[in-house]
Write a protein that binds this ligand. Structure first.
Ligand SMILES: [Zn+2]
Ligand SMILES: [Zn+2]
Length: 260
């Protein structure tokens, strides 16, 4: 499965709602979970990583549950709970986990009893995808296509804006983009507050003012759930035969429909 955001992915994400970096990171995380369920539940190496991490973090465990594959959840968490019980019993002997990769992932005692020896693997994939998207943004920040996409785009969320603006020579276009996006959200929230006043209760809220309630929060926190429109966007791209699609399809050899 291809994992790297391309320039085309970035421009496409900038043209859609919400922080473009969150969108690409959440897409990667969601595809990893989907692929884990459909192809890799029995992948020994990935299972070992998940076991070392004590399963997924709360957010990604929630996303796993939302995929409604009870058998995948059962296999994964039986394994983790079994490991925990074995550790409590003191039965996790040296050599119980064998092989190079598995040996490296053997739970370390440094964090105390039952401590995780690795980070949630979906969080890792998400962070890598965000880093890659920010690299592409930094590389092309002055390009005409990115500047044009930025003009209509939502601002980056605060965590991603901080990284983008702290890299090397931050682009003036990006700084101005953030200022404009956050100011617009701030002003819509002020309008919402004004219209919530008893004396203005007949003033109709615009769609943009309504959307600013969630948008204002997400602009600060970022969003880790894959947006509802994102699977459709990716499917369209796969049909168009984008670079990622070509690589992914070559690996899949048409065994499954795209976007899963
Ligand atoms: Zn973000
Ligand atoms: Zn996670």
């Amino acid at each position: 499965m291809s994992t790297e955001a391309t320039f085309e992915d970035l421009v496409d994400a900038l043209e859609r709602p919400g922080c473009a970096v969150c969108r690409l990171a959440a897409r990667r995380a969601d595809r990893m979970l989907g692929s884990y369920i459909y192809e890799h539940v029995n992948d020994v190496e990935l299972r070992a990583r998940i076991r070392a991490a004590r399963g997924f973090c709360e957010t990604h465990a929630g996303h796993l549950l939302a995929k409604l594959d009870a058998l995948a959840v059962a296999i994964t968490y039986r394994d983790i709970l079994n490991t925990l019980v074995e550790e409590l019993d003191g039965r996790l002997r040296e050599g119980a986990l064998q092989g190079g990769m598995l040996a490296r992932l053997r739970p370390r005692r440094r964090g105390g009893p039952l401590a995780a020896a690795a980070r949630c693997p979906v969080c890792e994939a998400e962070a890598q995808a965000a880093g890659r998207a920010l690299d592409v943004l930094a590389l092309h920040a002055e390009s005409a296509a990115v500047e044009a996409a930025l003009r209509g785009a939502a601002p980056l969320c605060l965590p991603h804006a901080r990284i983008a603006l702290s890299r090397g020579r931050p682009s003036a276009a990006l700084r101005e983009h953030q200022r404009r996006g956050w100011s617009a959200l701030r002003d819509r929230l002020l309008e919402f507050i004004r219209k919530s006043d008893h004396n203005h209760r007949w003033d109709k809220l615009t769609d943009a003012e309504r959307a600013a309630i969630v948008g204002g929060v997400r602009a600060v926190t970022g969003a880790r759930a894959r947006p509802g429109d994102d699977v459709r966007a990716e499917t369209r791209k796969l049909r168009r035969g984008g670079t990622n699609a070509v690589r992914a399809n070559r690996r899949r050899r048409g065994s499954r429909p795209p976007g899963g």
